[in-house]
Ligand binder design. Structure first.
Ligand SMILES: C[S@@+](CC[C@H](N)C(=O)[O-])C[C@H]1O[C@@H](n2cnc3c(N)ncnc32)[C@H](O)[C@@H]1O
Length: 211
């Protein structure tokens, strides 16, 4: 991580009010694919890590049983809570939590994990650690939309902020996912630097045994 958690949180607190308006076409395409691939059922518990203003969590809530959004920025979480109230959604809850420790309620048995445009803030080792934390929750599906490199990134057109962000290649992410016991079932390339990976776990699979 090129910045501390507090620095990332402060950075997003500052932009929270305008965040939804400032998005690119590629971000919107990525978010749409994450929502489509997540496809929760009516009894499913969904965890959205790095939920921000709740774009993914709120889009999934009408189809899911319960949605838990976790983030480190109170400013972003406040926006998400306001949108949930405006939309009369009572099955979505937003609170502090991080990739390393999602801070889940004791009664939450997670079926689907999603994360959009957030994991690229972590270093390669931290992403691997985060994926292991997600695998230990034993969801049947993990959908990761993010900045990721499909080839050599164009240095003149980075789709991220090199001073603060640390995207990985698709290969590094795929290795971490398969090492954690997931099978990669779809790879969506939106841009040379933006994609969606869909990872599934066999029911009852134990990530420790598979490593
Ligand atoms: C670019 S925003 C994406 C928000 C949302 N997922 C979306 O699709 O609009 C990245 C979010 O990740 C959060 N974040 C950064 N590092 C995090 C961490 N270690 N754990 C949890 N959230 C984190 C930031 O606070 C920010 O809200």
């Amino acid at each position: 991580m090129k910045r501390s958690l507090d620095e990332h949180a402060a950075r997003f607190d500052e932009v929270a009010a305008d965040y939804d308006e400032d998005q690119t076409e590629e971000y919107r395409a990525c978010a749409g694919l994450v929502v489509d691939h997540a496809a929760p059922g009516p009894d499913d518990v969904v965890l959205d890590l790095g939920t921000g203003t709740g774009a993914i969590a709120l889009a999934l809530a009408p189809d899911a049983g319960r949605v838990i959004g976790r983030d480190i920025s109170e400013g972003m979480l406040d926006q998400a809570r306001g949108k949930a109230a405006d939309q009369d959604l009572d099955n979505v809850e937003f609170g502090e939590g991080r990739f390393r420790d999602p801070n889940l309620p004791d009664d939450a048995d997670v079926d689907v994990v999603v994360s959009n445009f957030a994991m690229h803030h972590l270093s390669a080792d931290e992403k691997r650690e985060a994926i292991d934390v997600i695998a230990a929750l034993e969801p049947r599906r993990f959908v990761l939309g993010d900045v990721m490199f499909f080839g050599e990134p164009d240095p003149d057109e980075p789709f991220y902020t090199p001073e603060v962000d640390d995207p990985s290649t698709v290969g590094v992410l795929a290795d971490a996912l398969t090492d954690a016991g997931f099978a990669l079932t779809a790879v969506e390339r939106i841009h040379d630097q933006v994609g969606v990976l869909v990872a599934e776990r066999a029911p009852g699979a134990n990530s420790d045994e598979e490593r």
